[in-house]
Ligand binder design. Structure first.
Ligand SMILES: Cc1cc2nc3c(=O)[nH]c(=O)nc-3n(C[C@H](O)[C@H](O)[C@H](O)COP(=O)(O)OP(=O)(O)OC[C@H]3O[C@@H](n4cnc5c(N)ncnc54)[C@H](O)[C@@H]3O)c2cc1C
Length: 340
């Protein structure tokens, strides 16, 4: 039986794992490694330190299906809607730009529940705190090195992390890339931004009625959401959580600063925008160095094959575009390549 390693328990990795299982059933052993302590990647949902508040989506906020993707990815949408992982967005989002005919969805359990859904379908062996640092070709297999020092062997590997993190890997990857592939990967550009999650006590009520708002009069803050309102998931007894995304310009300007130093700057601006905001119980700050893809891999079919034998594929939103459908498109494209 072939042993396939998928690096990254984000949306692309989880859809790859799920599709691989559906295609090959019990003829493949699927292993997923992620360096983080949980699944989700940029679709991460943060838990409050004190469980009396709602969770908060620090990355992706809602899913927008264009008319074309609603059709071509119909099976994915109907699976997620029928299982309750996705629901139509009904809350009011001020300043949201809407493309004609497109539909918006939210994940009541947080966007990480999309990733968890596909991982649970994959029947994969899932390991966290597994930071891949190198890949070495050993005959018909890949020897994969972890930060902890040990190495494990796989018949095929799919890397789904952001491109700059792929390019940092030691071993044989660099030599196997053609000059053209290297140039394509080097041309990928990501935006950067900070995200804050503010967790409040159960007796807190906000004075505003919107669920989320795009901010146009601040150079620091671009988006604010009352997370449980946004995802139709208000539950009595739990305090609200507020999510704040900074602008890309602000993210770039403060990219190399410690997030603990940037957090008070964002909080001060939030207080200016929402002067009546009550005091949160706790605040979490996330730096998204690789937030959304601004320039994707040019002329990409959705993935890149670095080696046919043993198979080594690169996938992720950098090979398509940064959203739910981009990740699904990349996973479908990767699975079209021969892995086992
Ligand atoms: C702030 C923000 C807002 C967004 N808003 C939306 C939105 O509203 N709607 C939408 O559809 N999309 C949105 N997106 C984009 C969407 O989140 C991404 O396109 C998608 O999550 C990318 O998934 P991925 O699996 O390709 O990559 P990732 O989610 O980045 O997954 C890669 C995984 O690889 C792991 N990893 C990295 N390096 C290593 C290593 N060396 N070893 C092991 N593991 C490693 C990481 O921990 C990560 O879990 C947003 C993104 C951000 C950051």
């Amino acid at each position: 039986m072939s042993r396939v390693l998928i690096v990254g328990a984000g949306l692309t990795g989880s859809v790859c794992a799920c599709l691989l299982r559906r295609e090959l059933q019990n003829r493949v052993q699927i292993v997923v490694w992620d360096k983080a302590r949980g699944s989700g990647g940029r679709m991460s949902t943060s838990r409050p330190p004190d469980p009396c508040s709602h969770t908060a989506d620090l990355g992706a906020q809602y899913i927008t299906a264009t008319v074309a993707y609603a059709k071509s990815h119909h099976s994915f949408y109907s699976e997620l809607l029928s299982s309750g992982v996705l629901q139509p967005l009904i809350a009011r989002i001020e300043g949201m730009r809407q493309t004609e005919g497109s539909k918006n969805y939210v994940a009541p359990g947080g966007t990480c529940s999309l990733v968890k859904h596909f991982l649970s379908q994959a029947g994969a062996e899932l390991f966290f705190d597994r930071h891949v640092t190198g890949l070495y070709c050993r005959g018909a297999s890949w020897e994969v090195q972890r930060k902890a020092g040990d190495r494990e062997t796989f018949d095929a590997v799919v890397l789904t992390m952001p491109v700059p993190q792929i390019l940092q890997l030691q071993g044989d990857l660099g030599q196997l890339l053609s000059i053209q592939q290297r140039e394509q990967l080097d041309s990928v550009v990501y935006s950067s931004r900070f995200a804050l999650a503010l967790f409040f006590a159960p007796d807190v009520n906000f004075s505003f009625s919107w669920a989320a708002r795009y901010v146009s009069d601040s150079s620091c803050i671009r988006y604010i959401a009352v997370d449980s309102r946004k995802r139709n998931a208000d539950s009595p007894g739990l305090g609200p959580s507020l999510v704040v995304h900074t602008s890309v310009d602000f993210g770039l300007q403060h990219l190399d600063q410690d997030k603990d130093l940037v957090q008070p700057v964002i909080v001060e601006e939030l207080q200016r925008l929402l002067p009546d905001l009550p005091q949160p119980i706790s605040v979490k700050c996330q730096k998204w160095r690789y937030s959304q893809v601004l320039t994707a891999v040019p002329d990409s079919p959705g993935h890149m094959t670095v080696s046919d034998q043993p198979p080594l594929l690169l996938a992720g939103d950098a090979f398509t575009h940064s959203n739910f459908d981009g990740c699904v498109e990349s996973a479908l494209s990767a699975l079209g390549a021969s892995l086992v």
